[in-house]
Design a protein around this ligand. Structure first.
Ligand code: 13P
Length: 343
């Protein structure tokens, strides 16, 4: 397979009207999501599910790249290795390379992300298997006294090492510091925490000499916590999100892709639409959703081949609505599936 430069991988991932499908759930996470729908989680059921997602006809109209889990990168669609099957469809294969989160010792309620040991060697192998970009996720809680400086700085340092090693291996890193939606914090508190986290992450990236031009940032939108009484409309979410990002993300970063973080599919799309519909951002803005793209598809599938077409239709619908949102063109009519010409 050709070996595109990191610059061209970045440009392809940020192609107009497209975003990234995050299908990189760990065995534990996909197991939990399958169990909630009474679907058995086996290597074959996980493979079949990912095959269903990746072979939805026309997916590449709205999806530029897909993030895979280690197991999936090594699986096949018929005789074709999964990353090659994606590349043949015009979708760039990527890989989640972190080892998940663990409790941060002596800091109750906080986590650090594992996986730096042996990462250099794994990156070389992932590239040989066809991956062109990587992802590492750190999580931070927003509370009255969280996250602590120790948690933020430790995770920022690991993100910077991951990003530098990915670039050394010729891969494009997606740096993902996620401020979790769990809790009752306000939108203002989420904005304050996100800004602090991003300032620390970009200081660490600079110290580690990461080339900002060949990385992407993946963040949550600035939102109130799930248990906060005060809900916010998309216009307020967009205003706070863009203000926060402008204050903390250098313009040299080519693109910012949003995670969905537990929002419903339609809320994530509506908020993305408001953010991307606001002019004047110095970076390209798009999505890298997991649940907000997949939830309805997984529910429709229910683990049965008979439901594959309905599941693919659900995925394609969400991908197409998000493709419109990236342009600020999402509407209720689009959500209902109405055509732009009214037919
Ligand atoms: P969600 O969109 O479900 O938050 O997942 C995105 C992701 O890749 C988290 O690491």
């Amino acid at each position: 397979m050709d070996s595109p430069s990191p610059e061209s991988t970045v440009a392809s991932l940020l192609a107009p009207h497209k975003g990234i499908l995050a299908a990189d759930e760990s065995l534990k996470t996909i197991g939990g999501r399958f169990r909630a729908l009474n679907i058995a989680s086996t290597a074959e059921s996980r493979r079949a599910y990912r095959e269903l997602l990746f072979t939805a006809r026309g997916l590449s109209e709205h999806i530029s790249g897909a993030i895979l889990f280690d197991e999936t990168l090594r699986q096949q669609i018929g005789p074709v290795p999964m990353p090659d099957a994606l590349a043949l469809e015009g979708i760039i294969p990527g890989i989640k390379v972190d080892g998940g989160t663990s409790d941060l010792p002596r800091f109750a309620g906080e986590k650090f992300t594992q996986g730096l040991d042996g990462l250099r060697e794994r990156l070389v192998q992932y590239r040989e298997l066809g991956a062109r970009f990587t992802k590492w996720r750190a999580v931070m809680s927003a509370g009255d006294s969280l996250p602590t400086r120790t948690c933020i700085e430790g995770n920022a340092r690991a993100l910077a090492l991951f990003a530098a090693m990915s670039q050394e291996a010729g891969l494009v890193p997606i740096v993902e510091p996620e401020v979790l939606m769990d809790g009752n914090h306000t939108l203002a508190r989420c904005e304050e925490v996100t800004e602090r986290v991003l300032n620390s992450v970009f200081a660490a990236l600079s110290n580690q000499r990461v080339a900002l031009e060949t990385m992407l940032l993946k963040v949550g939108m600035v939102l109130p916590g799930k248990d906060c009484q005060q809900r916010e409309d998309p216009a307020h979410v967009a205003e706070a999100t863009l203000r926060c990002l402008r204050r903390s993300v250098p313009a040299a970063v080519p693109g910012i892709v949003f995670l969905s973080g537990g929002q419903s599919g339609t809320s994530a799309t509506a908020n993305l639409n408001a953010i991307c519909g606001t002019a004047g951002a110095p970076w390209k803005l798009s999505f890298s959703f997991g649940r907000a793209l997949q939830d309805q598809a997984m529910e429709a599938w229910k683990g049965s081949r008979r439901n594959a077409a309905a599941a693919q239709a659900a995925l394609l619908h969400r991908a197409s609505c998000n493709g419109l949102a990236v342009q600020g063109l999402y509407s209720d009519a689009a959500e209902r599936g109405a055509r732009a010409d009214g037919v």
